[in-house]
Design a protein around this ligand. Structure first.
Ligand SMILES: Nc1ncnc2c1ncn2[C@@H]1O[C@H](COP(=O)(O)OP(=O)(O)OP(=O)(O)O)[C@@H](O)[C@H]1O
Ligand SMILES: N[C@@H](CCO)C(=O)O
Length: 322
């Protein structure tokens, strides 16, 4: 579940009154998501109703980054990429404090997240990712990637072989592999603001079309081809990383390149970028697994799903990306 904080109807109505969106009609907690509390808000104003997402920032987000995240939504929402805008309050603020926590009201976008994408959907996701990269290029605020290849390596080293082996006997090998990936990491590739977590649950779709990119809370300034590698790792596998769906991987890259063709050095870097992308999720999942109490109500994500992807990228060599 992802409503960590209970808010009374009165508190919600009082909050919504600070925005020029009409009267609060309903507020429903949203079960999806892990990091923050989210509500679907409906308001009524001048003969029409509107929907919004209210997010309360609960964990993992450095509040000093809120101007970056919420400003980025505003910047991208004016582009051709379907990104929700931040609703500002009557004083112009992008977020407010409620019960000692920060909250933001975000435009609601229609659509559903797909579990098993088709090639047509993957192609459109690739194209929209490239549109987002192009639109973010002139966003003036910067945020460094705090989950780069070197961080994955040190997180896994800190987890240690014993704790990793308790999750799965194949996982300790990730410690040395992550170090190797960090040592051969390509620097100097073309950059923009990247999403860096564009999993299917962060993309809303209507049929084959992408209707929304959401959850930009890992966005940062880094190599655009790395974002494509993250998206490739997140979209192109089924059965917990055991089954590579070549048609999906190819469609995703073709869609991306239909908007922004990769440069030769980006093409050449894709195998190591994909291994680094897999390591990013092995390390964060392993760390969460070890730190989450056994009786916590939070769904634990299995790092092995990405260890299998990592092995596939490592053993497949450059063949997957040609
Ligand atoms: N702008 C939006 N329009 C429509 N639905 C949205 C929007 N933003 C969020 N949602 C819905 O709320 C759910 C949770 O949002 P989100 O993924 O941002 O939560 P989170 O807790 O930050 O996620 P995560 O666990 O991936 O870090 C989404 O799965 C989606 O159903
Ligand atoms: N999308 C990530 C969670 C955010 O880091 C995962 O599936 O592990």
């Amino acid at each position: 579940m992802a409503v960590y904080t209970q808010l009374s109807a009165e508190a919600l109505a009082e909050l919504i009154a600070h925005y020029d969106v009409g009267e609060l009609v309903s507020a429903k907690g949203i079960a999806e998501g892990v990091s923050n509390s989210n509500w679907l808000i409906e308001t009524y104003k001048e003969g029409g109703s509107s929907r919004f997402i209210l997010t309360m920032y609960e964990r993992r987000i450095d509040l000093a980054d809120l101007p970056f995240f919420l400003g980025l939504l505003d910047h991208l929402s004016t582009s051709s990429a379907p990104v929700p805008r931040t609703i500002h309050d009557k004083e112009g603020a992008a977020w407010r404090n409620l019960d000692g926590k920060s909250v933001a009201l975000i435009e609601f976008l229609p659509g559903i997240s797909v579990d098993r994408p088709t090639p047509a959907q993957a192609r459109n996701v690739g194209a929209v990712l490239a549109q987002m990269h192009a639109a973010a290029m002139d966003f003036p605020v910067r945020r460094a990637n705090d989950l780069g290849a070197d961080v994955s390596a040190s997180v896994l080293a800190q987890c240690g072989s014993d704790a990793l082996a308790k999750i799965n006997p194949a996982l300790p090998a990730a410690i040395d592999e992550a170090q190797r990936v960090a040592e051969c990491w390509p620097h100097g590739l073309p950059r923009s603001i990247i999403h860096s977590d564009l999993f299917p649950d962060n993309v809303l779709m209507l049929g084959d079309e992408v209707s929304g990119l959401i959850d930009f809370y890992f966005a940062c300034h880094d190599a655009m081809a790395y974002d494509l590698a993250v998206t490739h790792a997140a979209w192109s596998f089924a059965d917990h990383g055991q089954d590579y769906r070549a048609d999906i991987g190819q469609a995703l890259i073709a869609g991306y390149e239909s908007v922004r063709p990769l440069q030769p050095e980006e093409h050449a870097a894709m195998p190591v970028l994909a291994q680094g992308a897999a390591m990013r999720f092995i390390s964060s999942r392993a760390q969460d697994w070890i730190e989450t109490p056994a009786d916590a109500l939070v769904l634990k994500k299995d790092p092995m799903d990405f260890m299998r992807r990592f092995e596939f990228y490592r053993d497949g060599g450059s063949g997957i990306f040609t």
